[in-house]
Design a protein around this ligand. Sequence first.
Ligand code: ATP
Length: 750
Amino acid sequence: MLYGRLDALREQTRTRIRDVLRMREENPQELSERESYNALYTDKLAKYTAAENGLCFGRIDDVDESVRYIGRIGMWDDEVDSEPLLLDWRAPLARAFYLATPASPDGVARRRHIRTRGREITALHDEILDPDAADALTGSADGSAETVSEGVAGESALLAAISAARTGHMTDIVSTIQREQDVIIRSHHRGVLVVEGGPGTGKTAVALHRVAYLLYTFREQLERSGVLIIGPNSTFLDYISQVLPSLGETGVVLSTVGDLYPGVTARTHDTDDVAAIKGSMRMVDILKTAVRDWQTVPSAPIEVPFDTYTLRVDKALATRARGRARSSRRAHNKAREIFVSTAVDLLASQYRKAISAGIDGGHDLLDRDDLADIRDELRADPAVRGVLDSLWPMLTPQQVLMELLSDPDRLRTASGELLAADEQKRILRARSALFSDTDAPLLDELAELIGIDNDDDDEAARAQWRARIAEAQDALDILTGSAPQDLEDDLDPEILMAYDLIDAETLAERQQHRQYRTTAERAAADRQWTYGHTIIDEAQELSPMAWRMVMRRTPNRWMTIVGDPAQTGSPASAGSWNDALEPYVAQRWRLQGLSVNYRTPAEIMDVASGVLAQFAPGIDAPRSIRHSGHAPVIEHVGAEELAAAAWQNLAKWRDEPGTAVILAPEDLVEQVRDASAHDDANTEVSVLSVREAKGLEFDSVLIVEPGAIAAQSTRGMSDLYVAISRATQRLAIIHHAALPAGMDQAASVR
Ligand SMILES: Nc1ncnc2c1ncn2[C@@H]1O[C@H](COP(=O)(O)OP(=O)(O)OP(=O)(O)O)[C@@H](O)[C@H]1O
């Protein structure tokens, strides 16, 4: 019945699209209407298509015998409008499906998980939450009904989901979201929400489902302003890219920090020590000075022929013009106009003096209009312009950064005491070098200092817009301060009111920018776009400079930040959540934890915990929810055999379902890749460094030389912890050097 209804809705939408395309538009207004209807229906059709798999995955029977079906989208009966046939999983009425427990059944007598393949039901599983009411229920799932205890909900459905072989792309968890996850996904907290949890606790999954939930609940606002998701690398973004479309949501901007600056793609990767320097807050002052260093005064006067006279741009003239321009406090390119007009004024009076020299009352030769003409001529004069350009040139962020990082003198002057000589040496690079992954935050900072707008005419409107957001934020902060701290209670109407204010301003400002491109397309191309909500995954890795860039894009500070400090790999990291967030929101951020590991089986987590205990003795690894039955294996081999042994070991798993990876120290990755070149059977297997595997997971994980991984940086042990916890089923370790402390205890030696 539900699929029949879905088919009917699809057909209806297709017809609407056809009708819209047939419409003949007479004027721009009609064209715009046609475009927006077309976009609306196309979007709807995509949602219906995405709902095809697992359309309905749950049912709850209430003690009063009413029944609710839960699925990927909401559907209503055409005839009886008020009766939902299927509840969207995000609807308030569907929430009991995720939250009801035997201790607090919330009126639910039975929860049923429905598994389907295509349009066929393959399994039903019932949980009886209220045994007294259960007798009255009809249609029990034969033999699989269980009276559940507190703990995980839908245990067999969950175990089936997390034990399934992986495909290389993350899948949605909509049918098995757990209580602690649901609380985060549906949180109405309007400020910064930090979600912290160990490996495999579903942080990424929760963040993505939260996006889907927020888009459902605050659709009007977020569709206009857009949602930004920041991930650690492009492999990760590719890995998660299917989740939102499978939930019927598109139009979200996914980016790494390195690619967030429009028009610049990071092509190289900085070493840890370089990243740490370039990511530090010291760069704020260094860049400020770097831009000021382009505002020069001549040491010797520059002579400029003009008319039949020679004018002189000397130190005093340039210093005066520069002082005027600087004291305007405008960004460099914007202040240039003040520099030029002051200099031109001074040159005009030089000229006046020159032509009147020796003539009694000569200055009266020129009236106001003449002077205005002379100023115009001076401005247009190529020689004058050339000199003024050289003293206060128009700049681009790319040019300033490139010059700064390739010119030792510039770098030394800009750094002052802030960078030691050896630090300067480390970040210097060739003039022709490609942009690296730590450049974007610096370019973004420079764009602010230089004053790069997408559309200069809009600057006033943008400033006003920012000011309004800031006002709304102040109002919100006051309200948040007095709001109840319990997440369950925070549907405070007052808080929504404050944000309604922002919403109104968004509407006012953004309306005039309506174009035919989607919000996501416009947002991604616009450096000054301010997103409605921002999600940062693996946020523990962000440097202070990266935080600045991300915060600039989220002035309303409505953010979900997910991460695990114990998995921090980058020495450039801003440190604790408090260190990272304090400059922007002071103490006004909320922490939510996740405690259950859905990915890594207990046998493998034992090994990971041994490593964790070595470098973070105060932190407990998350509790694994299952055993895989595969004990981790460790093999010692000769130094020359490492790469070959890795592939031989992997061959033993070749018939196992799912995905496999070899994780190697950075300097061995190429060697291990090369060792497989002659074997076609290995083409499906990736060889990655731990950095590249951040956030990913694989059924079989083979780690080469863990001692070298641990030794490769100051965060090496943390990298090793990340590497081990990528496995969903099997783990093998091939080593020649000694194993790092804490590793040998839990693993059985083959
Ligand atoms: N409620 C759930 N139902 C089914 N699968 C789940 C659930 N929660 C998490 N998972 C699965 O567990 C795995 C780990 O989730 P995810 O990658 O989101 O964890 P994470 O906390 O981001 O991990 P890490 O920090 O190690 O990268 C994924 O395969 C995810 O689909």
